[in-house]
Design a protein around this ligand. Sequence first.
Ligand code: GL9
Length: 833
Amino acid sequence: MTESTQPNPRHRLSPLTCDAPGLRQSIRDALVRVVGKDPDLATPRDWLHAVSFAIRERIIERRVVTRRQFAEEDVKRVYYLSMEYLIGRMLEANLRNMGIFEVTQQALQDLGVDFREIARLEEDAALGNGGLGRLAACILESMATQGYPGYGYGIRYEYGMFQQHIEHFRQVEHPDNWLRYGNPWEFPRPEKTFPVRFYGYVVEHHRPDGETSCNWENGEEVLAMAYDYPTAGYERRNVNNLRLWAAKATRDFDLRYFNEGDYIRAVADKNESETISMVLYPNDATAIGKELRLKQEYFFVSASLQDIFDRHRQLEYPIEELADKAAIQLNDTHPAIAVAECMRLLLDEHRIPWDQAWTITQNLFSYTNHTLMPEALETWPVALMERVLPRHMGIIYRINHEFIEEVRHRFPGEHEFFRRLSIIDEEHGRRVRMAHLAVIGSHRVNGVAALHTSLLKQTLFADFSRVWPERFVNVTNGVTPRLWMIQANPGLTELIDSRIGSDWKFDLDRLKQFAPYASDEATREAFRAVKLRNKERLAALVHKRTGLAIRPDVMYDVQIKRIHEYKRQLLKLLHVIELYQRIRDGEDVLPRVVLFAGKAAPGYQRAKDIIAVINEVADIVNHDPAMGDRLKCVFFPNYEVSSATIIIPAADLSEQISTAGFEASGTGNMKLAMNGALTIGTLDGANIEIRDAVGTENIFIFGMTADRVSAHRAQGIPPGAHLDSHPRLRSMVEALRDGFFSNGGRHLHAEIARYLLEEDPFFVLADYAAYSDACAQADRLYQDAEAWSEAALLNVARMSHFSIDRTVREYAENIWNVLPEPVPPPCPESNKN
Ligand code: GL9
């Protein structure tokens, strides 16, 4: 299969119809012919697969059209390299983006099948940890919606993010065998298979032109095989491709041992090479440092670059023009080895001289940084790199040498400066700093919110920013309104449509027209009715998952995100304890449900302890008759994309309470505000921009700023010194310490109290009084239903800046230099019911 630019006239496509009878026919056909079931015997899952196959036929058709148009129009392509894609369920998202959601529901109903019943059987595609992976999924969707020629590349993990069970209050991880029933959305492409080499050694050749070229010989080869996931833009526009690589043993894996008669050994070896794509590392914001992880990174990077080079060649472009025809975005440092791999391909395979190869590489790449946390910065021991990727290590040495020479020339004598800039860290036992490789190999480096970018320039990349000030830019994150508003919150969508029409779905700036309705009483009442229905939907799910009954007519206060010290779930938990004590003391307290959800990295013991303590406090609170339904505390298990779409539209209060300076951006904060939750938050990440957008009077900001946090740290005040800053804080922490809430985990509670008092580097106690005040302020506003609804509606109307479409346009215009290439929608007659 080649990237031909000349469509063969005999290969004209005749699009499938998208009316109810056509869909009905396709679904029934797929059930019999693809799933292989008699409709009379089909299970709900069989129907799920049948309808998915029927829809994928229609998506792939649009993909073929899109690809042809890109080839004909000579477009510049964007390649998004990411270790993670947190996609969630695909059926409903695909149906909605294809513009055939209602008609397909109708077709199913005609067949006696309930859409909701089968849709919930689909496993989430959870090929990511959290915000970073979800951002990648939103970016792909937006590139398709806006018609950008975007390609995603990643890994087809056999096992995605673990499933979180709560057993005896604790997190227990279960494997996520998401492919168990097969996956109708993927197209295996065995013909798109590339060899990826590890280990071995380098043989140098001195060429007549004075350059040295190298052969990387011996070692082990693994095959990367492509699986394609077509990604539909909203309303049947472009369909782009996400290509995920699976590791397969090389075809000749068996020869050596088969010849020796050791069949079992041969097959066992095959399994070992296939472990590369077996499982997603469930870590967030921490570097992993395991050889298998390095192999995963190089595996998908090498396959992706070989594929990109191949496409370029098939389109008959000269290799020298690679950076004119392609842009490659590195999603965090995980794929940073791509810089060295690109150099290897240009030098060793294409015989391009070093300087020219380096110019092409720098023009090709750009890099997004997603965190300032030092422990998240990947570094690899030089010895490991030399063993696993010997050729790349040689290339990295030369990149580093040329770079240091350049800065030596520009900043003579600043030896300390060169040492800090070097790709090789000589102080911690010689390590390769992947972030430095990414910065040096890219023409643009971006942070993901204004504060984050400015801190990047002042701290992590201060030295680089002195060398290349223009290289650092900000691109504030966004989220797709298609999933996070239209799909997740049909009630709100209908309300907005009824007031301002439906153009806002493509152009979120038009949501501004909804702002005047915040002062319209009827709209506010309708908004409250929508919220109530969303809460009923969530309450039913909470009951199903936890057995706990919660009222829909109270404030829903949610903190939903990975469990991490810096995100400060303990700050919220202390507030739960405060409310509990006040109710016990006979105070009149605003009724509320506090809902936590999120996973802890399996090796992050403190985070797992925090989950256990939340669950134990919740158990006491929820069973104390003195609470009389005024306070419920829920830990919602196994937080994933599909549950987020139910929780977010039901929320009133959005907890964004990280220690300022630590949350790079956050994206849950955006999803919640767009759905009319008011934010209670610190001046961290994108919260600052959200405040600027919605107005200070429509958000509850509290706590130390990033500057104050640094100053406070420098002062070295012990956390326990803040115990009297709030009248109850001491007794709350003592209740924890003394095991008042413990249910067998007494020692754990004492340890958490000790941590808060003596150790906590994230200033929970220092910020508590301010936080508690902000909560009280939120409670007061909530009691005025009209004022609260007005503020909530203004949040909805003023969040347009946080559409992922704006984010993607900024990347396209300021970093990638690519233009959209929208495919005209097929003639509308063929799609009407
Ligand atoms: C993160 C940041 O922590 C978030 O603040 C940011 O919104 C997202 C997307 O830019 O990236 N970086 C990071 O490592 N994670 C993020 O969420 N962690 C996970 O994805 C689990």
